[in-house]
Design a protein around this ligand. Sequence first.
Ligand code: C2O
Ligand code: CU
Ligand code: CU
Length: 466
Amino acid sequence: MMDRRKFMVGSGTAIAASAVGLGAASLQSSKSAASTRVALKLQKARYKINTVFTENMVSLSPDRPPPVIWMDQYAPFAADVTNGLSEYTAMHWHGIRLPNKMDGVPYLTQLPLGQNDTYHYRFTPDDAGTYWYHPHCMTMEQMARGLTGVLIVREKDDPKFDADIPINLRDFRLKSDDQFTQLFTMKGAARGGTKGTVITANWRKEYQESAPAGGLVRLRLVASDPTRNYKIAMAKSDGKVIALDGHPLSKPWSLPTEAKPLILSPGQRADIALVMPREEGKEIVISTMLGQRARTLSRIRSKGSSLNRKLNDLRPLKPNPLSVPDLKKAELHEFVFGWSPDENGPNNGLCGSMEFTFWSINRKPWPGDAVKDTGPLLTMKQGRSYVLRLRNESPNHHPIHLHGMTFITLRSNKRKITPTWSDTVLLGRNETVEIAVVADNPGDWAFHCHVIEHQKTGLAGFVRVE
Ligand code: C2O
Ligand code: CU
Ligand code: CU
């Protein structure tokens, strides 16, 4: 299935992320070596999503999707990110709790990277699970052109799946000739976001993969699209949802169905444990609902003679070492997400802005990443617990994302919530959701809507932990 190519690391040699075969290309360090080191170079790419090459994509190799990056829990990770593009960039590791300097947010944690600049990202992930990476400067442009990749932190205790299949879900805005059309529209930015025209999984219209018959498979779904809420459904399969947004569910959920899909909003992930059909050549189909219609994202076909595994063979995933908020002592703060149109756009310096402002947090639109002394939305004391009441005053959806810390979603005024650990929570129309967090990571942490057009037209800011 996946290319388990090993890289010799540590010599300082640049390793181009190009040496892999399938859509789900992967960069994996040698099993024996605990630490991982990769060299990633942003560059232009061309790729056949459909039948002809789509030009002007952005990736980390000339002709592949961004690779899956694997690392080990509690082991050092090093990424030397070089900007091979003529525009600026910075790389962000979504959902990973890391030192502030490594977070990849331009002006807040580092300067934007110019052409041929390299930034040495270094961190040791304490949390295992499914995460992702994407640029945080020229974000709209570079993400729309394809630069969103899956990041996997392997559990210290191997849960022993027979196959591991990362699926990166995203749209592209292509015309009928498979070339890019206008990446974002003002109308989209002002409302629910600009949707793509082609839905893909691992840069394919329909991603095909195989796995051992009767084997236990770990599917990792990553919603890396800047706009779309995926409504995941799986036709009668044997399995469970075992993790959300990187973190194990204390009680696994049943598989989503067409009637009760699993919503993954921009930035979110789900890990699903599946038992493959025992018979060779049978398929498991993963879809997203478009209204009442199921659109196939991926098909996994059973291969070989049955391994006869059962869901019960799986050891439950160990919880990550997160700080549990003390709800009795937590301080409550409210954030209001709303509509605040203004004909002046934010000033993001070298990192790309839109012409207008549409959105705000606490009725103040973010003046732009490059504006000095904007100040934090909230200053939190290190080690203290907080409840953040997130209130959406608009009819549009906002997946609200916090950097650097992991929170618990507590409750909503609109739907029943099972509390889960997360870094991105979806607010629907006029929905209020409360989250709880321990301010356990010092620094300035971006806090924004993950519909990137909303982020770039005012729905952004940061919180400080000191
Ligand atoms: Cu996934 Cu601030 O971003
Ligand atoms: Cu993030
Ligand atoms: Cu939004």
